[in-house]
Design a binder for this molecule. Structure first.
Ligand code: 3UK
Length: 542
């Protein structure tokens, strides 16, 4: 068997069987790695060794850490984990905090010890944490003191979780006190390229969340593909954004990518529209990561962003409606960088930079990856045909002990569950999630296209389009609409919006049913929960 630094072999023992794993591609020159690699050495220690220790690394309200500062904290925490908490390489360490510098230090500490980070969304409750702890067989936890309650009640029912320390906690039992007793030096565990270093749970719209497994190699590979080829940041860029570090979109955009080039990041616990606009000015942020709805919500406040420090705006997590791209450009002068990523593939694999962006298309395949639209039989579809998106590259899906592996990976391809079409120039056009496609009177209708048409109307703040059961047509198109302030949810408004859609796209796609709402159900990662809207509608019809 090949070399591994893991003494606790749990992750290795629970990898999907070889025949169910995707094919991995390492053709891109930056992807030839040595057999042993610790991603913390690569992303953090390397800069200090090269004399860049005094460079700015992480900022937050009243925090300004250099690379040397982050390294010192991570080393002390690594020593606490090993010497006080009895951690051995391969153990799973649960991390729980809003985006803040101590969470970043804990993440690097776990990498350094050769253990496996299991970062969790701050909003998870005891029941969900219990699933994570049990599924990942978590033995250790580092948690922000302000989020202690739910973890404590989960831990009470999870005997495997023996060691917990709380941070951002000034008490003598807190992590900071334990760190003060430890050395600032730690020699990183000599992990194998293929040792698992993190488990990322999918947000999971149906069924229990799945745990995706990523190796030290995957973390570095993600930094070598999309960032230098599409984002093209410089070491003087200041990164900022909203996605939680427990979501690989946030982990990459707000921690791994800035550190991979010696740039700096701003970690914010609050990511509301006004918080962001203010923070961009305070920290002179230049690269922003957030979801399409967040960009839309910032637009009315975006005045100060025109001509500011901000130069690159990345949108991911959900399809970017062409209407939102246009609004953002009008408000700020900045062309957004859209990209589709997935927890299973770690980060973005189809995208376009600001110069190559095409409204309505996600972009072209990111160097290092190949992508293809497949028909129902798993054969490449002709140009322009809608089919299932399949992807291959240096990263790919490995679910920890999960039967759903066979659904995501087929014939070596990762199937993301998205309906896409590719045009003659290799641009990929998003239609919908494959299971969200609406079939009405024999027509296939993609909800996001109807949403984009509605979003162009000045009265519409947000909307969601779903299919609801209909005796005559099988399904009909239904829109749930949040109006901008000052507009009345009347029958006349509904009629006006229906007519507006009929004017801009094929009339058979217009929403026959319209409902007004004050908010739409979303996940912590900003994704619309269409299944919840469908459930509500079904409930009403019964
Ligand atoms: C959807 C998009 C259209 C798509 C993610 C960037 O979202 C991320 O990961 P998840 O596992 O969800 C994956 C699914 O989300 N999606 C994401 N981005 C786009 N659809 N256009 C987009 N630009 O259905 C995909 O299959 O939560 C995004 C980086 C890392 C990530 N984990």
């Amino acid at each position: 068997m090949s070399y591994s630094a893991h003494i606790d072999s749990f992750t290795r023992d629970n990898l999907p069987p070889p025949e169910q794993q995707p094919e991995f591609l390492f053709d891109l020159p930056g992807l030839r790695f040595p057999e042993r690699l610790n991603c913390a050495s690569e992303l953090l220690d390397r800069h200090v060794e090269a004399g860049r220790g005094a460079r700015l690394c992480i900022q937050a309200p009243s925090v300004r850490w250099t690379y040397a500062d982050l390294q010192e904290r991570a080393n002390r925490i690594a020593n606490v984990l090993v010497k006080d908490m009895g951690l051995v390489p391969g153990n799973r360490v649960l991390l729980r905090a809003p985006n803040n510098p101590m969470l970043a230090a804990c993440w690097f500490a776990v990498m350094k010890t050769g253990a496996v980070a299991v970062a969790t969304m701050p909003l998870l409750r005891a029941k969900e944490l219990k699933h994570v702890i049990t599924k990942a067989r978590v033995s250790h936890a580092l948690c922000d003191a302000r989020l202690a309650d739910e973890l404590k009640s989960a831990a009470a029912e999870c005997p495997e979780l023996q060691q917990i320390r709380y941070f951002n906690d000034s008490s003598p039992a807190g992590l900071e006190a334990a760190m003060a007793d430890q050395s600032t030096v730690f020699s990183n565990v000599d992990t194998a390229l293929t040792d698992t270093c993190m488990l990322a749970f999918t947000s999971g719209t149906t069924g229990q969340p799945k745990a995706t497994m990523h190796f030290h190699r995957d973390v570095v590979a993600a930094c070598v593909c999309w960032p230098p080829h599409v984002l093209r940041p410089t070491p003087d860029d200041v990164f900022m954004g909203t996605p939680p570090l427990a979501f690989t979109f946030g982990l990459g955009g707000l921690l791994l990518f800035p550190l991979s080039i010696g740039a700096s990041t701003v970690l914010l616990e609050q990511g509301g529209p006004q918080d962001l606009v203010d923070a961009i000015a305070t920290y002179k942020a230049s690269v922003l990561f957030t979801a399409p709805t967040s960009y839309r919500a910032i637009v009315p406040l975006a005045g100060p962003l025109r001509g500011s420090s901000l130069r690159k705006c990345v949108s991911a997590g959900e399809a970017l409606p062409a209407a939102t791209r246009a609004l953002w450009k009008e408000a700020t002068g900045i062309e957004m960088i859209d990209g589709i990523g997935a927890t299973e593939l770690m980060h973005i694999f189809i995208s376009a930079d600001e110069a190559h962006a095409r409204p309505g298309a996600t972009g072209t395949v990111v160097p290092g990856y190949t992508a293809c639209v497949m028909d129902a039989e798993g054969r490449p579809s002709p140009v322009g045909e809608v089919g299932n998106l399949a992807v291959k590259g240096p990263t790919g899906c490995r679910y920890l002990a999960d039967e759903r592996q066979a659904k995501y990976v087929k014939d070596g391809w990762n199937y993301t569950g998205d309906a896409y079409a590719m045009d003659a120039e290799g641009y990929f056009h998003y239609h919908s999630r494959t299971d969200d496609m609406i079939i009405s009177a024999g027509y296939n209708i993609a909800g996001p296209e109807v949403e984009d048409a509605l979003l162009r109307h000045p009265k519409v703040a947000e909307c969601a389009v779903i299919g609801v059961a209909d005796v005559e047509r099988g399904q009909i198109v239904k829109a749930i609409i949040v109006l901008r302030p000052g507009n009345d949810p009347t029958r006349e408004t509904a009629k006006e919006l229906q007519d507006f859609v009929k004017q801009s796209i094929a009339p058979y796609k217009y929403p026959r049913s319209i409902e007004f709402a004050s908010v739409l159900p979303r996940t912590e990662t900003g994704k619309l929960q269409r299944f919840r809207l469908r459930e509500t509608v079904q409930g009403e019809q019964r």
